[in-house]
Design a protein around this ligand. Sequence first.
Ligand SMILES: Nc1ncnc2c1ncn2[C@@H]1O[C@H](COP(=O)(O)OP(=O)(O)O)[C@@H](O)[C@H]1O
Ligand SMILES: [Mg+2]
Length: 294
Amino acid sequence: MSSVVSRETSTPTPPSPSLVGYSSRSQEEWPRPARRRVITIANQKGGVGKTTTAVNLAAALSMHNQRVLVIDLDPQGNASTALSIEHRGDVPSVYQVLIEGMPLAEIVKPVPDMPNLYCAPATINLAGAEIELVSMVARESRLLKAINEFKEIELDYIFIDCPPSLGLLTVNAMVAAAEVLIPIQCEYYALEGLSQLLQNVELVRAHLNPKLSVSTALLTMYDGRTRLAAQVAEDVRAHFGDTVLRTVIPRSVRVSEAPSYGQSVITYDPGSSGAMAYADAAREIAFRGASVTG
Ligand SMILES: Nc1ncnc2c1ncn2[C@@H]1O[C@H](COP(=O)(O)OP(=O)(O)O)[C@@H](O)[C@H]1O
Ligand SMILES: [Mg+2]
């Protein structure tokens, strides 16, 4: 009895401070870009968080009334899997778009239960496209053409999830975008290989797409318990300056579990540290971009 009384008279337990921040922010209006933003997520290293970043930024933005398309450009099709989009061998995919000139509209699918989110799936035959493209006309700009001809949905964002290489698929992604986002895993070899990536961005800018720039770097899989992660983060900020988002994505089991449920972590466990970090990162991108034109 006394416990009931004390429960009624005591002030209710407030939710944890981080959740307060999340729920009040989740109601905030995010600005829609004046023009559609095409963001290529690239890093030729595998396992640095490209796909995770593409899927979760896209999900977070779509939940703030942005219309978002994820183009899966990795033959592994991990982004398609994470968004519950069918990508068996015979499903029309980015392969048909790049190699056969199929309109993007014929392969774009709405993501289940995510009203503003769409996905263009990748199938395993995309692995062969890297070679097949070599002898094709306008081989570097086939994705750009497909995107420019896509008028069916008025999109605010397109995220292109690249394979872990700097071949023609990644070049197509860089030609199709104005922005490159580089996920950088907070581990020892983080900066290794980045100069090659930046050199490729430079080459594409010089020869194929003058609008291209590295707009964003995102620190991923940060383990706050290690001195190494903090050191890597410091080095990356020294090197990339304001390009690096203030938000850092922590290593979180929830983030790695979500894809096996065909979900982003934002929907799988919205209160988890990984979900909140990706929502914060998406928010930074939306607000930064408000001042960006072109
Ligand atoms: N913040 C994170 N915390 C825990 N695991 C993560 C996190 N980000 C990515 N992962 C996991 O690390 C692996 C590589 O990530 P992924 O996004 O597929 O990298 P990439 O696309 O660059 O190859 C995946 O198994 C993914 O679930
Ligand atoms: Mg990937």
